[in-house]
Design a protein around this ligand. Structure first.
Ligand SMILES: Cc1cc2nc3c(=O)[nH]c(=O)nc-3n(C[C@H](O)[C@H](O)[C@H](O)COP(=O)(O)OP(=O)(O)OC[C@H]3O[C@@H](n4cnc5c(N)ncnc54)[C@H](O)[C@@H]3O)c2cc1C
Length: 393
Protein backbone atom coordinates (compact mmCIF):
# COMPACT_ATOMS: atom_id res chain seq x y z
CA UNK A 1 0.00 0.00 0.00
CA UNK A 2 1.16 3.52 -0.71
CA UNK A 3 -0.21 7.00 -0.01
CA UNK A 4 1.11 10.54 0.30
CA UNK A 5 0.31 11.13 3.98
CA UNK A 6 -0.10 8.28 6.47
CA UNK A 7 -2.20 9.41 9.44
CA UNK A 8 -2.23 7.51 12.73
CA UNK A 9 -5.44 8.12 14.70
CA UNK A 10 -8.98 9.10 13.74
CA UNK A 11 -9.74 11.60 16.48
CA UNK A 12 -10.59 15.15 15.45
CA UNK A 13 -6.95 15.87 14.48
CA UNK A 14 -6.50 12.89 12.14
CA UNK A 15 -9.95 13.12 10.57
CA UNK A 16 -9.81 16.86 9.94
CA UNK A 17 -6.29 16.62 8.52
CA UNK A 18 -7.40 13.97 6.08
CA UNK A 19 -10.40 16.09 5.05
CA UNK A 20 -8.29 19.25 4.57
CA UNK A 21 -5.72 17.29 2.53
CA UNK A 22 -8.48 15.76 0.40
CA UNK A 23 -9.71 19.28 -0.45
CA UNK A 24 -6.17 20.06 -1.68
CA UNK A 25 -6.05 16.91 -3.81
CA UNK A 26 -3.59 15.19 -1.44
CA UNK A 27 -4.09 11.49 -0.67
CA UNK A 28 -4.10 10.19 2.88
CA UNK A 29 -4.86 6.95 4.69
CA UNK A 30 -5.92 6.90 8.35
CA UNK A 31 -5.03 3.97 10.60
CA UNK A 32 -7.22 3.80 13.71
CA UNK A 33 -6.86 1.29 16.52
CA UNK A 34 -10.52 1.38 17.58
CA UNK A 35 -13.78 0.54 15.78
CA UNK A 36 -15.87 3.22 14.07
CA UNK A 37 -18.62 2.67 16.64
CA UNK A 38 -16.20 3.28 19.53
CA UNK A 39 -14.67 6.41 17.97
CA UNK A 40 -18.09 7.94 17.24
CA UNK A 41 -19.37 7.26 20.75
CA UNK A 42 -16.46 8.71 22.76
CA UNK A 43 -17.78 11.56 24.94
CA UNK A 44 -15.27 14.38 25.26
CA UNK A 45 -15.07 18.08 24.45
CA UNK A 46 -17.92 20.36 23.49
CA UNK A 47 -16.86 24.00 23.19
CA UNK A 48 -15.67 25.22 19.78
CA UNK A 49 -13.83 28.50 19.30
CA UNK A 50 -14.99 30.69 16.39
CA UNK A 51 -11.74 29.84 14.55
CA UNK A 52 -12.52 26.12 14.92
CA UNK A 53 -16.06 26.66 13.60
CA UNK A 54 -14.57 28.52 10.61
CA UNK A 55 -12.04 25.77 9.85
CA UNK A 56 -14.72 23.06 10.05
CA UNK A 57 -17.01 25.11 7.79
CA UNK A 58 -14.21 25.69 5.26
CA UNK A 59 -13.54 21.94 5.38
CA UNK A 60 -17.14 21.33 4.25
CA UNK A 61 -18.34 19.76 7.50
CA UNK A 62 -20.10 22.74 9.04
CA UNK A 63 -23.68 22.23 7.94
CA UNK A 64 -25.06 20.24 10.89
CA UNK A 65 -22.90 22.24 13.33
CA UNK A 66 -24.47 25.48 12.09
CA UNK A 67 -28.00 24.02 12.53
CA UNK A 68 -27.56 22.18 15.83
CA UNK A 69 -24.67 24.00 17.53
CA UNK A 70 -25.58 26.39 20.34
CA UNK A 71 -23.93 29.80 20.02
CA UNK A 72 -22.89 31.13 23.44
CA UNK A 73 -22.03 34.79 23.85
CA UNK A 74 -20.83 34.44 27.43
CA UNK A 75 -20.29 32.19 30.44
CA UNK A 76 -21.40 32.41 34.04
CA UNK A 77 -18.94 32.36 36.92
CA UNK A 78 -20.41 31.18 40.19
CA UNK A 79 -18.46 32.14 43.29
CA UNK A 80 -19.91 30.71 46.50
CA UNK A 81 -23.30 30.45 44.79
CA UNK A 82 -23.39 34.00 43.37
CA UNK A 83 -23.48 34.30 39.58
CA UNK A 84 -21.37 36.77 37.57
CA UNK A 85 -21.70 36.87 33.78
CA UNK A 86 -18.70 37.27 31.48
CA UNK A 87 -20.18 38.78 28.33
CA UNK A 88 -17.96 37.72 25.41
CA UNK A 89 -19.90 39.72 22.86
CA UNK A 90 -19.68 42.99 24.80
CA UNK A 91 -16.06 42.42 25.90
CA UNK A 92 -14.41 41.14 22.71
CA UNK A 93 -17.17 40.84 20.11
CA UNK A 94 -16.91 37.05 19.99
CA UNK A 95 -18.74 33.84 20.86
CA UNK A 96 -18.18 30.09 21.10
CA UNK A 97 -20.31 27.24 19.73
CA UNK A 98 -21.36 24.33 21.91
CA UNK A 99 -21.32 21.23 19.67
CA UNK A 100 -20.10 17.88 20.97
CA UNK A 101 -16.82 16.35 19.85
CA UNK A 102 -18.82 13.18 19.11
CA UNK A 103 -20.84 15.14 16.54
CA UNK A 104 -17.71 16.74 15.01
CA UNK A 105 -16.24 13.24 14.72
CA UNK A 106 -19.38 11.79 13.08
CA UNK A 107 -19.54 14.69 10.59
CA UNK A 108 -15.89 14.20 9.64
CA UNK A 109 -16.14 10.41 9.30
CA UNK A 110 -19.26 10.76 7.13
CA UNK A 111 -17.56 13.35 4.92
CA UNK A 112 -14.40 11.23 4.53
CA UNK A 113 -16.28 8.04 3.71
CA UNK A 114 -18.66 9.83 1.32
CA UNK A 115 -15.59 10.97 -0.67
CA UNK A 116 -14.10 7.43 -0.63
CA UNK A 117 -11.54 8.51 1.98
CA UNK A 118 -9.60 5.62 3.46
CA UNK A 119 -9.95 4.96 7.18
CA UNK A 120 -8.69 1.59 8.39
CA UNK A 121 -10.55 1.06 11.68
CA UNK A 122 -9.35 -1.64 14.08
CA UNK A 123 -5.78 -1.42 12.77
CA UNK A 124 -3.72 -3.24 15.41
CA UNK A 125 -0.08 -3.05 16.47
CA UNK A 126 0.66 0.12 14.52
CA UNK A 127 4.39 0.94 14.37
CA UNK A 128 6.11 3.75 12.47
CA UNK A 129 9.49 3.52 10.72
CA UNK A 130 11.92 5.49 8.59
CA UNK A 131 10.58 8.94 9.47
CA UNK A 132 14.11 10.26 9.97
CA UNK A 133 14.84 9.44 6.32
CA UNK A 134 12.80 9.98 3.16
CA UNK A 135 10.88 6.69 3.06
CA UNK A 136 8.54 6.59 6.04
CA UNK A 137 6.48 3.44 6.53
CA UNK A 138 3.69 2.44 8.87
CA UNK A 139 3.27 -1.23 9.73
CA UNK A 140 0.06 -2.61 11.24
CA UNK A 141 -2.12 -5.67 11.44
CA UNK A 142 -5.66 -5.83 10.09
CA UNK A 143 -7.99 -8.84 9.91
CA UNK A 144 -5.07 -10.94 11.17
CA UNK A 145 -2.78 -9.90 8.28
CA UNK A 146 0.44 -7.90 8.55
CA UNK A 147 0.37 -4.85 6.29
CA UNK A 148 2.66 -1.95 5.43
CA UNK A 149 1.77 1.56 4.30
CA UNK A 150 4.53 3.49 2.52
CA UNK A 151 4.10 7.28 2.53
CA UNK A 152 5.90 10.60 2.09
CA UNK A 153 4.98 11.89 5.55
CA UNK A 154 3.50 10.52 8.79
CA UNK A 155 1.02 12.55 10.84
CA UNK A 156 0.97 11.37 14.47
CA UNK A 157 -2.64 12.21 15.45
CA UNK A 158 -2.93 9.31 17.89
CA UNK A 159 -3.60 11.16 21.11
CA UNK A 160 -1.74 11.25 24.41
CA UNK A 161 -1.31 7.46 24.73
CA UNK A 162 -0.50 6.89 21.06
CA UNK A 163 2.51 5.23 19.49
CA UNK A 164 3.95 8.11 17.41
CA UNK A 165 5.38 10.33 20.15
CA UNK A 166 6.74 7.26 21.89
CA UNK A 167 8.59 6.27 18.70
CA UNK A 168 10.70 9.44 18.76
CA UNK A 169 14.13 8.93 20.40
CA UNK A 170 13.85 10.25 23.97
CA UNK A 171 16.88 12.51 23.59
CA UNK A 172 15.15 14.37 20.75
CA UNK A 173 12.16 15.36 22.92
CA UNK A 174 11.77 17.87 25.71
CA UNK A 175 8.78 17.11 27.94
CA UNK A 176 7.06 19.78 30.04
CA UNK A 177 4.47 18.44 32.44
CA UNK A 178 2.29 19.36 35.40
CA UNK A 179 -0.07 16.88 37.06
CA UNK A 180 -2.86 18.38 39.20
CA UNK A 181 -3.89 16.82 42.52
CA UNK A 182 -7.51 16.32 41.39
CA UNK A 183 -9.63 14.96 38.54
CA UNK A 184 -13.05 15.65 37.02
CA UNK A 185 -15.98 13.30 37.35
CA UNK A 186 -18.20 13.90 34.32
CA UNK A 187 -21.82 12.80 33.85
CA UNK A 188 -23.88 13.17 30.65
CA UNK A 189 -27.61 13.32 31.46
CA UNK A 190 -30.96 13.40 29.69
CA UNK A 191 -32.01 16.67 31.28
CA UNK A 192 -32.44 20.16 29.82
CA UNK A 193 -29.81 22.74 30.82
CA UNK A 194 -30.56 24.85 33.89
CA UNK A 195 -28.87 27.81 32.21
CA UNK A 196 -28.45 29.05 28.63
CA UNK A 197 -24.72 29.34 29.28
CA UNK A 198 -21.98 27.25 30.91
CA UNK A 199 -21.57 27.83 34.64
CA UNK A 200 -18.03 27.56 36.07
CA UNK A 201 -18.38 27.29 39.84
CA UNK A 202 -15.80 27.89 42.56
CA UNK A 203 -16.89 26.49 45.90
CA UNK A 204 -15.11 25.42 49.07
CA UNK A 205 -16.32 21.84 48.39
CA UNK A 206 -14.52 22.00 45.06
CA UNK A 207 -14.98 23.11 41.46
CA UNK A 208 -18.10 22.28 39.43
CA UNK A 209 -18.97 22.90 35.80
CA UNK A 210 -22.47 22.90 34.43
CA UNK A 211 -22.45 22.52 30.65
CA UNK A 212 -24.67 21.11 27.94
CA UNK A 213 -24.54 19.27 24.62
CA UNK A 214 -28.03 20.12 23.29
CA UNK A 215 -31.33 21.64 24.52
CA UNK A 216 -32.18 18.21 25.98
CA UNK A 217 -28.80 17.01 27.30
CA UNK A 218 -26.63 18.42 30.06
CA UNK A 219 -23.00 17.59 30.83
CA UNK A 220 -22.01 17.97 34.47
CA UNK A 221 -18.54 17.92 36.01
CA UNK A 222 -17.35 18.00 39.59
CA UNK A 223 -13.84 18.15 40.97
CA UNK A 224 -12.88 14.93 42.79
CA UNK A 225 -9.71 13.18 43.93
CA UNK A 226 -7.70 11.45 41.16
CA UNK A 227 -8.19 7.94 42.58
CA UNK A 228 -11.99 7.84 43.03
CA UNK A 229 -14.01 4.69 42.42
CA UNK A 230 -16.85 5.29 39.92
CA UNK A 231 -19.07 2.85 41.85
CA UNK A 232 -18.88 5.20 44.83
CA UNK A 233 -20.62 7.87 42.74
CA UNK A 234 -24.25 6.90 42.03
CA UNK A 235 -26.16 9.58 40.09
CA UNK A 236 -27.86 10.95 43.21
CA UNK A 237 -24.55 11.67 44.91
CA UNK A 238 -23.34 13.60 41.85
CA UNK A 239 -26.57 15.64 41.68
CA UNK A 240 -26.34 16.42 45.41
CA UNK A 241 -22.72 17.51 45.11
CA UNK A 242 -23.43 19.61 42.04
CA UNK A 243 -26.35 21.30 43.78
CA UNK A 244 -24.19 22.08 46.82
CA UNK A 245 -21.43 23.59 44.68
CA UNK A 246 -23.69 25.60 42.36
CA UNK A 247 -25.76 26.89 45.28
CA UNK A 248 -28.37 29.67 45.16
CA UNK A 249 -31.20 29.76 42.64
CA UNK A 250 -29.31 27.58 40.17
CA UNK A 251 -29.31 24.65 42.58
CA UNK A 252 -33.03 25.08 43.28
CA UNK A 253 -33.91 25.21 39.58
CA UNK A 254 -31.67 22.30 38.43
CA UNK A 255 -33.68 19.83 36.29
CA UNK A 256 -32.56 16.24 36.80
CA UNK A 257 -32.73 13.20 34.52
CA UNK A 258 -31.15 9.79 33.93
CA UNK A 259 -27.41 9.52 33.25
CA UNK A 260 -26.15 8.27 29.89
CA UNK A 261 -22.43 8.18 30.62
CA UNK A 262 -20.06 8.76 33.51
CA UNK A 263 -16.27 9.01 33.41
CA UNK A 264 -13.19 10.44 35.11
CA UNK A 265 -10.83 12.86 33.40
CA UNK A 266 -7.39 13.22 34.96
CA UNK A 267 -6.04 16.77 34.96
CA UNK A 268 -2.69 17.25 33.34
CA UNK A 269 -0.75 19.91 31.44
CA UNK A 270 1.75 18.41 29.00
CA UNK A 271 3.83 19.60 26.05
CA UNK A 272 6.35 17.60 24.02
CA UNK A 273 8.75 19.75 22.02
CA UNK A 274 9.43 19.88 19.11
CA UNK A 275 6.35 18.65 17.26
CA UNK A 276 8.28 17.55 14.15
CA UNK A 277 11.01 14.92 13.64
CA UNK A 278 12.09 14.56 10.04
CA UNK A 279 8.97 13.39 8.21
CA UNK A 280 6.90 12.76 11.34
CA UNK A 281 4.55 15.53 12.49
CA UNK A 282 2.77 15.27 15.84
CA UNK A 283 -0.60 17.02 16.11
CA UNK A 284 -3.25 17.45 18.82
CA UNK A 285 -3.13 15.44 22.03
CA UNK A 286 -0.19 13.40 20.71
CA UNK A 287 1.95 16.50 21.31
CA UNK A 288 0.18 18.38 24.10
CA UNK A 289 -2.71 18.17 26.52
CA UNK A 290 -4.37 20.71 28.76
CA UNK A 291 -6.74 20.39 31.71
CA UNK A 292 -10.23 20.82 30.20
CA UNK A 293 -11.11 23.93 32.29
CA UNK A 294 -10.22 26.28 29.42
CA UNK A 295 -11.97 24.08 26.77
CA UNK A 296 -8.86 24.22 24.60
CA UNK A 297 -7.86 20.57 23.82
CA UNK A 298 -10.01 20.01 20.76
CA UNK A 299 -9.48 23.57 19.54
CA UNK A 300 -5.69 23.15 19.66
CA UNK A 301 -5.92 19.90 17.71
CA UNK A 302 -7.83 21.77 14.98
CA UNK A 303 -5.31 24.64 14.98
CA UNK A 304 -2.37 22.21 14.59
CA UNK A 305 -3.79 20.36 11.61
CA UNK A 306 -4.75 23.62 9.94
CA UNK A 307 -1.06 24.59 10.01
CA UNK A 308 0.04 21.11 8.91
CA UNK A 309 -2.43 20.94 6.01
CA UNK A 310 -1.18 24.29 4.72
CA UNK A 311 2.45 23.16 4.96
CA UNK A 312 1.72 19.91 3.12
CA UNK A 313 -0.31 21.73 0.46
CA UNK A 314 2.59 24.15 -0.15
CA UNK A 315 4.97 21.18 -0.44
CA UNK A 316 2.85 19.27 -2.93
CA UNK A 317 1.83 22.24 -5.08
CA UNK A 318 5.14 24.11 -5.29
CA UNK A 319 7.81 22.05 -3.53
CA UNK A 320 8.05 24.62 -0.72
CA UNK A 321 9.34 23.18 2.56
CA UNK A 322 9.50 26.33 4.69
CA UNK A 323 5.99 25.92 6.16
CA UNK A 324 6.73 22.31 7.12
CA UNK A 325 10.03 23.39 8.67
CA UNK A 326 8.32 26.07 10.76
CA UNK A 327 5.36 23.77 11.68
CA UNK A 328 6.51 23.05 15.22
CA UNK A 329 7.45 26.64 16.12
CA UNK A 330 4.21 28.00 14.61
CA UNK A 331 2.01 25.55 16.53
CA UNK A 332 3.89 25.87 19.80
CA UNK A 333 3.29 29.62 20.02
CA UNK A 334 -0.46 28.96 20.17
CA UNK A 335 -0.05 25.81 22.28
CA UNK A 336 1.82 27.65 25.04
CA UNK A 337 -0.74 30.45 25.18
CA UNK A 338 -3.49 27.83 25.54
CA UNK A 339 -1.38 26.07 28.18
CA UNK A 340 -1.13 29.31 30.14
CA UNK A 341 -4.86 30.01 29.90
CA UNK A 342 -5.87 26.44 30.85
CA UNK A 343 -3.46 26.41 33.80
CA UNK A 344 -4.79 29.82 34.94
CA UNK A 345 -8.47 28.83 34.72
CA UNK A 346 -7.72 25.56 36.52
CA UNK A 347 -5.67 27.22 39.27
CA UNK A 348 -8.28 29.93 39.83
CA UNK A 349 -11.35 27.68 39.99
CA UNK A 350 -10.27 24.49 41.80
CA UNK A 351 -9.60 23.77 45.45
CA UNK A 352 -6.04 22.62 46.11
CA UNK A 353 -6.06 20.20 49.06
CA UNK A 354 -3.45 20.80 51.78
CA UNK A 355 -2.15 24.03 50.27
CA UNK A 356 -0.58 26.97 52.08
CA UNK A 357 -3.57 29.13 53.24
CA UNK A 358 -1.78 32.15 51.77
CA UNK A 359 -2.23 30.69 48.29
CA UNK A 360 -5.93 30.11 48.98
CA UNK A 361 -6.36 33.77 49.90
CA UNK A 362 -4.56 34.91 46.75
CA UNK A 363 -6.87 32.64 44.74
CA UNK A 364 -9.94 34.26 46.29
CA UNK A 365 -8.49 37.70 45.55
CA UNK A 366 -7.97 36.62 41.93
CA UNK A 367 -11.64 35.60 41.66
CA UNK A 368 -12.77 38.81 43.35
CA UNK A 369 -10.64 40.83 40.91
CA UNK A 370 -12.01 38.92 37.94
CA UNK A 371 -15.70 39.39 38.79
CA UNK A 372 -15.18 43.10 39.50
CA UNK A 373 -12.84 44.13 36.67
CA UNK A 374 -13.80 44.59 33.04
CA UNK A 375 -10.12 44.43 32.05
CA UNK A 376 -9.70 41.04 33.72
CA UNK A 377 -12.89 39.71 32.16
CA UNK A 378 -11.77 40.95 28.78
CA UNK A 379 -8.56 38.89 29.05
CA UNK A 380 -10.61 35.80 29.97
CA UNK A 381 -13.06 36.40 27.12
CA UNK A 382 -10.31 36.96 24.54
CA UNK A 383 -8.66 33.65 25.38
CA UNK A 384 -11.88 31.66 25.85
CA UNK A 385 -13.35 32.57 22.45
CA UNK A 386 -9.94 31.84 20.94
CA UNK A 387 -6.95 33.96 20.02
CA UNK A 388 -6.85 34.87 16.33
CA UNK A 389 -4.79 32.66 14.02
CA UNK A 390 -1.52 34.41 13.25
CA UNK A 391 -0.69 35.12 9.59
CA UNK A 392 1.73 32.19 9.33
CA UNK A 393 -0.76 29.80 10.92
C1 LIG B 1 -12.14 12.18 29.12
C2 LIG B 1 -11.77 13.44 28.32
C3 LIG B 1 -12.56 14.59 28.42
C4 LIG B 1 -12.24 15.73 27.69
N1 LIG B 1 -13.02 16.87 27.80
C5 LIG B 1 -12.68 17.98 27.10
C6 LIG B 1 -13.46 19.18 27.15
O1 LIG B 1 -14.46 19.24 27.86
N2 LIG B 1 -13.06 20.26 26.37
C7 LIG B 1 -11.96 20.21 25.53
O2 LIG B 1 -11.65 21.16 24.80
N3 LIG B 1 -11.22 19.12 25.48
C8 LIG B 1 -11.56 18.01 26.23
N4 LIG B 1 -10.81 16.90 26.13
C9 LIG B 1 -9.70 16.98 25.24
C10 LIG B 1 -10.13 16.72 23.79
O3 LIG B 1 -11.13 15.74 23.76
C11 LIG B 1 -8.89 16.32 23.04
O4 LIG B 1 -7.98 17.41 23.09
C12 LIG B 1 -9.14 15.92 21.59
O5 LIG B 1 -9.80 14.68 21.54
C13 LIG B 1 -7.81 15.84 20.83
O6 LIG B 1 -8.02 15.26 19.58
P1 LIG B 1 -6.90 14.35 18.93
O7 LIG B 1 -7.44 13.97 17.60
O8 LIG B 1 -5.59 15.03 19.01
O9 LIG B 1 -6.76 13.07 19.89
P2 LIG B 1 -7.81 11.94 20.23
O10 LIG B 1 -9.19 12.46 20.20
O11 LIG B 1 -7.32 11.31 21.49
O12 LIG B 1 -7.68 10.90 19.04
C14 LIG B 1 -6.58 10.02 18.92
C15 LIG B 1 -7.02 8.82 18.13
O13 LIG B 1 -5.90 7.97 17.93
C16 LIG B 1 -6.27 6.63 18.18
N5 LIG B 1 -5.07 5.88 18.57
C17 LIG B 1 -4.39 5.94 19.74
N6 LIG B 1 -3.34 5.11 19.72
C18 LIG B 1 -3.34 4.52 18.51
C19 LIG B 1 -2.48 3.58 17.91
N7 LIG B 1 -1.45 3.06 18.56
N8 LIG B 1 -2.77 3.17 16.65
C20 LIG B 1 -3.83 3.68 15.97
N9 LIG B 1 -4.68 4.60 16.51
C21 LIG B 1 -4.42 5.02 17.75
C22 LIG B 1 -7.29 6.73 19.28
O14 LIG B 1 -8.14 5.59 19.34
C23 LIG B 1 -8.05 7.99 18.86
O15 LIG B 1 -9.13 7.69 17.99
C24 LIG B 1 -11.11 15.74 26.86
C25 LIG B 1 -10.31 14.58 26.76
C26 LIG B 1 -10.62 13.44 27.49
C27 LIG B 1 -9.73 12.20 27.38
Amino acid sequence: MRTQVGIVGSGPAGLLLSQLLHLQGIEAVILERRSRHYVEGRIRAGVLEQGTVDVLSEAGVGERMRCEGLVHEGIQLSVHGRLHRVDFKALVGGAVTVYGQTEVTKDLINARLAADGQIAFEAEDVTIHGFDGDQPRIRFRQDGRRRELACDFIAGCDGFHGVCRQSVPQAALTIHERVYPFAWLGMLVEAPPVSDELIYAYHERGFALFSMRSPARSRLYIQCTPDEDLDAWPDQRIWDELRARLGGETADALPTGPSIEKSFAPMRSFVAEPMRFGRLFLAGDAAHIVPPTGAKGLNLAVADVRVLARGLAAFYTSGRTDLLESYSATCLRRVWKAQRFSWWMTSMLHRFPGRNPYDDRVQLAELDYLVSSRAAQQALAENYVGLPFEAEE
